[in-house]
Design a protein around this ligand. Structure first.
Ligand code: PHE
Ligand code: ZN
Ligand code: ZN
Ligand code: ZN
Length: 267
């Protein structure tokens, strides 16, 4: 795939930070900053030619939404999916957790569109609401699918925290059938350290694995019992996202996702 430049991904971080600043300082489920974040992602994808859905659900008396986008090319019976949670906790703007995953997945979608890609398989992109209150949006999405449509999803790749400053190593999810080889190869080609992590139940991939979908993912957090200092805090602002780390993560995703989807690499 073409290289994703760090600043293209950072532009989405700046947009989400502005949304948070204008919405009372967070992007949490049930708060105005969440809906504004969903609108930003959906309108960006609409403008790029995606088929997008704003999927509503309710949780704890509040309205939530998932944004799901599909690149309308390739075999619809063989779906490869990447996703990230779009909500923050109420304590802060959630730029590393998880503006970073959002930005990486969103810029990946825009790169597919710019490349006018014609993959063998179908590429789908999920932006989940209400992850922080129990993986609610992704569970709702998976449960809303008919059994036959669930079976069409051949893999789901999750991105939660992908811009950690001074990251020590990239964590690669190992949960169920092994899909980690592509990420291991990517990072080793860049001489970047990796470690195995198992965030079972701690992010949206678990909603998919619970339904029998093969999953993996990466995070710039390599120790899930010692997350970065601004985790779930007011200081998880744009300055808490390292552009180089985010850029590397976005390119790791592109490399692995294009390969899984059977996309011909032109450059
Ligand atoms: N961001 C997750 C949370 O909000 C924790 C997590 C970090 C999960 C890294 C997966 C990978 O709790
Ligand atoms: Zn609920
Ligand atoms: Zn979190
Ligand atoms: Zn998270």
């Amino acid at each position: 795939p073409p290289v994703i430049v760090d600043d293209a991904a950072m532009a989405h971080i700046r947009a989400l930070q502005k949304i948070s600043d204008e919405s009372g300082g967070n992007r949490a489920h049930g708060r105005p900053g969440f809906k504004a974040s969903a609108d930003y992602v959906k309108s960006t994808l609409d403008a790029a030619g995606f088929q997008t859905t704003l999927q509503p659900f309710t949780h704890a008396g509040a309205q939530g939404w998932n944004v799901v986008a599909e690149w309308p090319h390739g075999d619809a019976n063989n779906v490869m999916m990447i996703g990230a949670h779009l909500d923050s906790v109420p304590q802060g703007p959630g730029m590393n957790d998880n503006g970073s995953g959002t930005a990486a997945v969103l810029e990946n979608a825009l790169t597919v569109a710019k490349s006018n890609l014609r993959p063998e398989k179908r590429m789908r992109f999920g932006f989940w609401g209400a992850e922080e209150v129990g993986l609610v949006g992704s569970k709702f999405y998976v449960q809303s699918l008919a059994a036959a449509d669930k079976q069409k999803i051949k893999a789901y790749l999750n991105f939660d925290m992908a811009g950690t400053p001074n990251t020590k190593a990239w964590g690669i999810y190992q949960e169920g059938p092994d899909l980690s080889a592509g990420f291991k190869a990517f990072f080793s080609s860049k001489a970047v350290k990796t470690t195995t992590i198992n965030p079972a139940g701690r992010s949206d991939h678990s909603s998919f694995s619970a339904a029998g979908v093969k999953v993996t993912g990466i995070s710039s957090e390599s120790n899930l019992s010692n997350l970065e200092p601004c985790y779930h805090a007011a200081c998880d602002r744009a300055a808490n996202v390292d552009p180089k780390v985010l850029g590397l993560g976005a390119n790791a995703i592109a490399t692995v996702f294009w390969k899984l989807a059977g996309a011909k690499t032109v450059s």
